[in-house]
Design a protein around this ligand. Sequence first.
Ligand code: PEP
Ligand code: MG
Length: 551
Amino acid sequence: MILIQGKGVSKGVANGPVYFFRRPGITITDAAAADIETEKERIQAAQEKSMAQLNALAEKARQETGEETALLFETHAMFVEDEDYVDCMMDTLEAESCTAERAVEIAGEKFAAMLAAMDDVYMQARAADIKDVTRRILNNMMGVVEGGIDSEVPVILAADDLAPSETIQLDKSKILGFITQGGSGNSHTAILARTMGIPAIVGLGDALKPELGGRTAYIDGETGQVAVEPDEITLAAFQSKYEKQQEMKELMQTMKGQEDVTLDGRKIMVYCNIGSPEDIAAVLSNDGRGIGLFRSEFLYLASDDYPSEEDQFQAYKEAATAMEGRRVVIRTLDIGADKQVGYFGLQKEENPALGVRAIRICLNRPEVFRTQLRALYRASAYGKVAIMFPMITSVWEVKECKRACQKVMAELDAEGVPYRKDTEIGIMIETPASVLVAEELAKEVDFFSVGTNDLTQYTLACDRQANDLGKFFDPHHPAVLRALKIAADAAHKAGIWIGICGELGADLSLLETFLAIGIDELSVSPASVLPLRARIRQSIAKTCTLELLEC
Ligand code: PEP
Ligand code: MG
């Protein structure tokens, strides 16, 4: 048996084979083809494989998410066979005597450029589809594993650490749990694991060796323990904990359909955080009453070019429709810092967390912002969408965001496109500056949502990604809790609601403090909804105190 100790960042016990994440890497050279006919056959084989994958994906989407996503995969399948596109690949092969990879790459670039140059907005949006299809054909040709996991059975996914753009592409149905050498409780692997309701352990260091790949491991996301090929006693302990976990899950099912109300009648909204429309199924199955944070970055991270208005609209509409009139708070683009997106061409910064990120990018690039706002307002016609701006520090930023919204609404009015005029606008409170000017900010918006991950980072001057800050990174610090209280008082003075969408919202040991502070909404990972509801229903709001705010 090998025992490794890390930091548990998402609770739960799981067991399965350890699988090391494979980073796809495509390098296409200008080398000449040895034999054109062989290269043609390679293209055809990759096309056939792509068709089979896309048809299977369309079928899966039809059963799991609905007709719209299924149609998207079917359109991709049509592109794979498109006569002009295929002719372009074959002609390039003949003309340039290049490799199959190069011919596919050139054809993909040509077609994407041609579509992007068209007048029709719908056709322009298809450029991103052609790029996606081209990447799929190339992946199949070069044996790159989509989703990074080439395994028939679900696995414990091991990695040094995973970048946001990598977590977004993972085939989640194959993952039982995460174990990483680096990372922190606020890293994206941890957030993803909590959204999926599976265990995760970070900070395992060099003890997590690639040689462990293929061996059976038991992991405990509460204690941070990884046991590879455990002995009998350890195995029995893991199994007993697993059984208790299953019993607790069953018990929690009784919370479905119950109100989120304390014993003395204080109601609180329990919403969910999601990272993509894929997560909506978990929101519904865990009876989340709304979506308090939809991180829209997934659209930008999962693509290798700016997502079109149409693609964004479809994703937001899917969430709005699926939630059937319940509130869906969609946060505008929050990239920069740890979420890097190559095609944005952001300058390298010494301190990216303090640099051009989130709303700063949007205000610097009005076209990118406008595209997203148009998609959001269009989606508002299909449910109760609310728009939220991240990383606000000043009142002028909010005024500028609102002006951008007004402009977009005027455009949609002129085009006769439906949208909801009363779409709520909110901001994230995640910088000390926003707390200090909260009274002024509250007059401008419909709600506040506290991003405690960043608020803790900026208040305590502790990098949220670092895993060696130990006791210095303390989200229970009175400074963080007092910041919440200041923001809550400012919100209520202006008559607006305030929620928490950072990871702290799911910390049951703080629930009474949140109730005492007057928090109106908690947005947590779908798996945390039912345990939170159970705790709310056992609490008496009247007797909750602010004592944690003391030093
Ligand atoms: C936060 O900072 O608490 C938050 C919810 O936003 P993110 O984790 O996406 O930065
Ligand atoms: Mg944040």
